[in-house]
Ligand binder design. Structure first.
Ligand SMILES: CC(C)(COP(=O)(O)OP(=O)(O)OC[C@H]1O[C@@H](n2cnc3c(N)ncnc32)[C@H](O)[C@@H]1OP(=O)(O)O)[C@@H](O)C(=O)NCCC(=O)NCCS
Length: 154
C-alpha cells in the first residue's frame, strides 16, 4: 500500500522526474507543469505517491468548495476534483492508481464533500475503464475535450 505525502520543496525533484509511457503523455500534464499550474489553481493540493522511500506517482486534487476555485458553469462546489493522477511507467499496474482514487475519496470524506469528480481523455489506453470500474459514472458533459465523471459519496 503506497503512502501519500503532500508535495514539498524536498520532494519537488524526485516527483518532477517521474514519467508516464511515451504513448500516455497526451493523457496527463507533466508533473513539473502541474506543480507550476498549482500556483494559479486555488484550492489545489499535490501529493506524492510513495512506496517507502521510492516516489511512484503524483495525485493532485482541487477542493471545489474553495472560495476562489475556478469552477465551470454548472459545477457543484460540493466536491473534490481529481485534477491530475499519474503513476510512473516503471510502477504501473501494481494498484497505485486505485489506491490514489481511494485516497482522494478519503480526502473528500474528511472535508465533508459529497462527491468526487474527474475528467479523462476518452482514447484507447486511457484511464476511463479504470474510473468506471472504481465507481465513477459519466455526467454526460464534455469539459475541455474530456469526459467528465462523478461519484457520489453519501
Ligand atoms: C491511469 C493510471 C494512473 C493507473 O495507475 P496504475 O497504478 O497503473 O493502476 P492500478 O494498478 O491501480 O490499476 C487498477 C485497475 O485499473 C486497470 N487499469 C489501470 N490503467 C488502465 C488503463 N489505462 N486502461 C484500462 N484499465 C486500466 C487495471 O488493470 C486494474 O484493474 P483490476 O483492479 O481489475 O486489476 C496509470 O496507468 C497512469 O499514470 N497512466 C498515464 C496517465 C493517465 O492516463 N492518467 C490519468 C489521467 S485522467
Amino acid at each position: 500500500m503506497p503512502e501519500f505525502h503532500p508535495f514539498s520543496s524536498d520532494t519537488l525533484r524526485p516527483l518532477a522526474g517521474l514519467k508516464v509511457r511515451d504513448e500516455q503523455t497526451t493523457f496527463v500534464a507533466s508533473n513539473l507543469m502541474t506543480m507550476a499550474q498549482s500556483i494559479f489553481e486555488p484550492g489545489s493540493k499535490i501529493y506524492g505517491i510513495w512506496e517507502k522511500a521510492t516516489p511512484v506517482g503524483l495525485l493532485a486534487v482541487v477542493d471545489m468548495y474553495h472560495p476562489e476555485a475556478d469552477l465551470d458553469e454548472g459545477d457543484d462546489p460540493d466536491g473534490i476534483y481529481i485534477w491530475r493522477l499519474m503513476v510512473d511507467q516503471a510502477h504501473q499496474g501494481r494498484g497505485h492508481g486505485r489506491a490514489a482514487l481511494e485516497f482522494a475519496k478519503s480526502i473528500a470524506c474528511e472535508r465533508g464533500r459529497s462527491k468526487l469528480v474527474i475528467s479523462v481523455v476518452d482514447e484507447p489506453g486511457g484511464a476511463l475503464p479504470l474510473y468506471k470500474k472504481f465507481g465513477f459514472r459519466p455526467t454526460g458533459r464534455i469539459v475541455d475535450g474530456e469526459v467528465e465523471l462523478i461519484m457520489g459519496l453519501v
